[in-house]
Ligand binder design. Structure first.
Ligand code: N01
Length: 532
């Protein structure tokens, strides 16, 4: 494409882990690329989620790029599980090392993307300007649009309101303050032990308790690091052959076929070492309700051992299938409830009736200086449906997805030619290690664009049939697991009015195989240069 001022071969929306690598791949192919980022700096998730205690619960040696051998050899992580601040530093290093900052426009929010069928171009309107491009790639993340809860009176609160998903950059002084936190998902479970250190009182308003496994985090074991680095690419390949694409997920035995005493001693070992891998420690935890209950009950007993007050312990024990909601990994979460200044309020028992200027009413009146919302995200689709993306015949993506998001492979959407999503609905994404899943998608998109150029194809679009069949497969697989019978953000249950459909593809190896098969068959399920 001839490049005039605002014309590019490719526009990429988002400068997080996906957007950075996508721009690297496409620039290396000689394409003109612009990245549009609404924040004032790169990093995506790791820029926005700056709350105290923010940390990745995938081990550092796995939660990193693998596209450049020198990069993965040179970079040294300081802890087994990296803090958000260190991941952000790493992403800045990657951007500097590969000269990626140049092509990013910061503080520029996309408000509309519209496909011009006649000229087969995307027109993109932002808060500052307008652009045109042949391809439009949404690298907008799966968990990037915060969920703002609708609680009576919340707008009248006169103290500070913070949201974990868009935390301020300046340090918040919690000392001597009465702080309330609403929500008890991963973000809250990470931040509660940190915030509890300084506050006068911390009131935790819980709607649903969560299962959480201790991280046993600590400084990076240099022997482990040396070993992994000596065979990094093999290590990556092995991990990606596991169901959820992480190293520790390798249990092949079934609880249902094992001796219960042995199971409990293995679960004890997994509790002490596996973090998220606890869920995959036995092959039938994700698929067999009775086996799942054995693991769930093991964790409930741990909670009751740790938390001294039996009533609080009982409230902290989840009843649903373990893993049905995203499993959490913590550093001293349950222990924090033994502190005298930490109070758990079960809002099922004592609903929040309203928020006042300095109070929260929930059976009792709580005096509050700071209110923290740890209420999650409009997951998987929010970043795509919160703006206007107009495809063929000006069909708006949010309307097309009203009854539930449909995508082919999580990469393409029918009626939206030359538009790609990275880790979109229908791909393993949030049920895998995001880093390699992002790299897989970025590489696929870049290769596809390269193939199109070599084969004189201008426009790619997935077919409705391919998409329907794909989403049917996504659901058929999910129906064999415990995921569909639990309310969670995986199936849209956390957002009022959102279609309830299960969106991630379960099973990294099966997904990878399908992707390779489809690509080898000249992108089966996609059509090229379809006439308007
Ligand atoms: O969000 P969540 P999160 N009134 O949706 C509650 C990833 N992550 O930000 O369960 C009262 O899990 C809601 O209650 P319920 C990770 O994948 C990764 O914590 O809907 N409560 C829930 O308790 C994670 O799963 C890392 O009944 C309300 C909480 O708010 C995902 O991000 C670290 C409410 C929201 O929990 C999201 O985690 C952190 C209301 N109106 C996060 N609305 C890593 O380590 C919602 N809630 C990589």
């Amino acid at each position: 494409m001839k490049n005039s001022l605002n014309k590019y071969d490719v526009l990429i929306i988002g400068a997080g882990v996906s957007g950075l690598f996508m721009s690297y791949r496409l620039k290396s192919m000689g394409l003109s690329v612009l990245v549009l980022e609404k924040a004032d700096q790169l990093g995506g998730t790791w820029n926005w989620n700056r709350y105290p205690g923010a940390r990745c619960d995938i081990p550092s040696l796995e939660y990193s790029y693998q596209f450049d051998e020198d990069l993965q050899q040179d970079w040294n992580w300081s802890e087994k599980y990296s803090a958000g601040t260190e991941i952000l530093e790493y992403l800045k290093h990657v951007a500097d090392r590969f000269d990626l900052k140049e092509g990013i426009n910061f503080e520029e929010e996309v408000v509309q993307a519209k496909y011009d069928e006649e000229n087969t171009l995307w027109s993109v309107k932002t808060s500052k300007s307008e652009y045109e491009s042949k391809f439009c790639i949404f690298a907008t993340g799966c968990l990037s649009v915060p969920n703002k809860p609708n609680i009576k009176g919340i707008e009248s609160f006169e103290g500070e309101v913070l949201q974990t998903a868009s935390w301020p950059r300046e340090k918040i002084d919690f000392s001597g303050k009465n702080v309330a936190i609403i929500g008890t998902g991963s973000s809250s479970i990470q931040t509660i032990p940190e915030i509890a250190k300084d506050v006068k009182n911390l009131y935790v308003f819980q709607r649903t308790p969560n299962y959480s496994i201790p991280s046993n985090n600590g400084p990076m074991d240099t022997e482990v690091e040396k070993n992994v680095k000596s065979r990094y690419s093999e290590f990556r390949k092995e991990n990606y052959l596991n169901g959820f694409g992480i190293a520790s997920d390798s249990g092949e035995a079934f609880i249902s076929e094992s001796d219960l005493e042995e199971v409990n001693s293995q679960l004890e070992e997994n509790w002490n070492s596996s973090g998220l891998g606890f869920f995959g420690g036995y092959a039938d935890i994700p698929v067999d309700v009775s086996s799942n209950e054995v693991a769930a009950s093991f964790v409930r007993n741990k909670i009751k051992e740790v938390v001294k007050d039996p009533e609080t312990a009982e409230k902290l024990c989840p009843e649903y299938h373990i893993g049905g909601k995203r499993l959490c990994v913590d550093t001293g979460y349950f222990e924090t409830f033994n502190k005298d200044n930490v109070h758990l309020i079960d809002i099922n028992q004592d609903p929040i009736s309203q928020v006042g200027a300095e109070t929260i009413e929930a059976n009792e009146t709580y005096q509050i200086d700071i209110l923290i919302l740890a209420t999650g995200f409009d997951a998987m689709t929010g970043a795509l449906t919160s703006l206007d993306i107009l495809g063929r015949n000006e069909i708006n993506l949010k309307d097309q997805w009203k009854e539930g998001a449909k995508s082919y492979l999580g990469l393409g959407v029918t009626n939206f030619p030359n538009l790609f999503t990275i880790t979109g609905p229908g791909s393993p994404s949030v049920l895998s290690n995001m880093m390699p899943s992002i790299e897989q998608h970025v590489n696929w998109i870049a290769d596809c664009i390269g193939w199109m150029s070599e084969n004189n194809k201008s426009v790619i679009e997935s077919t409705e049939t391919a998409e329907d069949e794909w989403m049917q497969l996504v659901n058929e697989i999910a129906d064999t697991t415990i995921f569909t019978s639990t309310k969670s953000w995986y199936n849209g249950s956390n957002i009022e009015g959102k279609a309830k459909s299960f969106l991630p593809f379960i099973g990294v190896p099966a997904y990878t195989e399908k992707l390779e098969e489809i690509t080898a068959a000249d992108y089966q399920g996609f059509v090229f240069d379809k006439s308007n």
